[in-house]
Design a protein around this ligand. Sequence first.
Ligand code: M6R
Length: 604
Amino acid sequence: MCGIVGYVGHRQAQDVIMDGLKRLEYRGYDSAGIVVTGDPELDVVKRAGKLSVLSDVLKTTPLKGNLGLGHTRWATHGKPNDVNAHPHLSEDSKLAVIHNGIIENYLPLKERLVEAGHVFLSETDTEVLVHLIEENYEGDLYAAVQKSLSEVTGAYALVVSHADHDLIVAARNTSPMVLGIGDGENFVASDVPALLPYTKEVIFLHDGDLVLITNDGVTISDFAGNVIDREVSTVEWDAEAAEKGGFEHYMLKEMYEQPAVIQQTLGGRLAGNGMDVQLDIGLDPNSIDRVIIAAAGTASYAGMVGEYLIEKLARLPVEVEVASEFRYRDPVVDERTLCIVVSQSGETIDTLEALREAKRGGAKTLGIINSKGSTITREVDDTIYIHAGPEIGVASTKAYMTMLAAFELLGIWLGRARGTLADADAKELIAALRQTPKLIEEALKNRDEVAKIAEQFKNYKDYLFLGRGINFPSALEGALKLKEISYIHAEAYATGEMKHGPIALIDDQMPVVAIATASPLYEKTVSNIQEVKARDGIVIAIANDGDTEIEKHADYVLRVPETHELISPLVNVIPLQMLAYETANRLELDVDQPRNLAKSVTVE
Ligand code: M6R
């Protein structure tokens, strides 16, 4: 959500910024802009639409200079047009501001500034920052930003430059930002991929950090000006891992990476005795008597699978909470509650605030997270990293897969520690878990079959997804994937719930994807499929290889290999991801950057 790149050094700033913004495209945006410190003024270009529109302008009028800022904007206040795009400049065109987040008190500030004679050009909340900093500027940019921030409330990753200074000032409150440390050059960005071609030495900024960046170094202080020493981390990802690697889309590449990345999640965590799991976390499993899982979107569906696993294996009551609701409803939490927050980015604001709410109640906290150094990892007691590597496609695939794997590990670990999971059951589950990469690979081979279904139903307006037990979340995830990237309306229901309402929707225009893999409830699922067929519904069953019975009931069958029921969501999600991908691709939609969506949602 909004991409930021700032550069000061010996290279042409335009090249570094445009390259960095391209690498941040996955975050989601609808306009883009760049400012470079020229001589004597700042040179700025801003355009609505994709980065290619901005690039075309820069091809004919390149901006020359070694210091600059770039921004991709995901509109919150004001339409995505040229004027509202960042950077915003002061009236004397000397001061430039880019910003990610929301300035909550922008209206009273704007009123005051307008009264003082400032003329606003855009409809954005960000523009108040330019006028405020301009008003406080007396020759020292750092001091002007510092003074201005004392008047601002809200969330921001803020980056400022001035035509008279070879430096950048940045500040963070809630919205993520990272510094890249180079040799005679330094960088600031909203996420690591923008920095990877230039440096792997990074500093993740914390809330309340104010930074002065020059080509020689970076100085971090708090908003009062007290210097802070922040750790420099070395990023393990390389730039290549964040590239498409020959695949048509990031999403496709990331789906095919799943057999490998799940090995990274499991690797080193399955004990040699074949029945235990080693997790490097400090939690005492007997110090809790209740679990709350808070997350958003796909991560919350991974949490629902986690609920099923933890209740079954560790006999602990679990509630899954939509993070954006949890924080506002005065939830009951105490020191015997474990709050698990699940997030690929580790920056989702709703999830972060749910975590903070749980901490206020005294809960112990655990993150299931992909991005190292992210804000959530810094605020939880412990983290289980999912090790999915960079996920660029807005539609989450491999992060979901590895979140599920992390919950499998956690469920077994808790079950063993609490004495609720017997040796034989643990052995069976772990043996099945070890087979999962191979089974996912098998499932991925059925792409052609899924593609035929996608072709046949790509112009239908609605889809229904059904699943039960531990595969009800799989149905929810299948529907979300299809909605996100193909814009086809899709709903998911627990299969047994269908007769309580959704069955009224069934007709020959509503394909129904029914998950019917091996489970004690298989027979009941088949009965529910018959109920759909009896009403002229079109049934696409997800069923195990070798299940011939299903062919008598379903119109189409998509095959997946059979596994332990508790592990089946990891395999069953493959045809669901693939169906969404193949449908969106056939509709010639932007698979990796679907409309209106952002990869990392850092505003409420
Ligand atoms: O970074 P997070 O895992 O916290 O993101 C949570 C959701 O925004 C995310 O899963 C979203 O639903 C995806 N676009 C799903 O594909």
